[in-house]
Design a protein around this ligand. Sequence first.
Ligand code: PEP
Length: 249
Amino acid sequence: MRKKVIAGNWKMNKLPNETITFFEELAPLVKNTKNEVIICAPYTDLFYAILSAQNTNIKIGAQNMHWEENGAYTGEISPQMLKSIGVEYVIIGHSERRQYFAETDETVNKKVKAAHNVGLKPIVCVGETLSQRESGKAKEIVTNQIKSGLKDLTKNEIMSTIVAYEPIWAIGTGKTATKEDANETIKWIREELEKIYGKENADKVIIQYGGSVKSENAKELFEMSDIDGGLVGGASLKPDEFAKIVNAI
Ligand code: PEP
């Protein structure tokens, strides 16, 4: 039985003082959940988030990283840097990074491997645009993202990778995939993983849904057979709303 993992992606929001207040409010609201709770904060908030999350059940993630250990990469952050301050998760290949910062399946794959090398758990985002969906290409696109982005991982690495299926047309738009659609897509993502890594390993991979998850739709989505929780953007910025999503199931 896979557990549900609910991760908040703050994107480029919140200052350190807002981070501290957020955790003071969120921690008591989610302390009894059996679900895994993660907050992915901007780099400048990470250390405050880690200190604030001490003695709570909330884990901390970053939103990106470089794949190299160190070197002449001005402005970049390495996997070791994240690990050294207590970060446990890192979002890789978010559609906004693919769209605005030239992230490709190749760089996603390098980052996923680099994350595992230091013991960070990657949350790898895949998903199709509206035009790809309308032209019937969604399956092909997402399959390629899975095959290229998650290639050559060990069995242990694939089992500690989280996949977030995020149809791009549903991110930040208020439009959510129907629970049936999201569940179907996640099922065939798992089938693709099965072809590469075998059923036993594929069955253990957490696959989340992301795209306008909010307290009103979280329960029906998370109750579906193959949806193992959510990656939540806008609705993760308010502690009470995010807590309702975490506690929806
Ligand atoms: C996201 O940023 O991954 C996301 C799903 O955003 P939103 O929940 O705001 O659609």
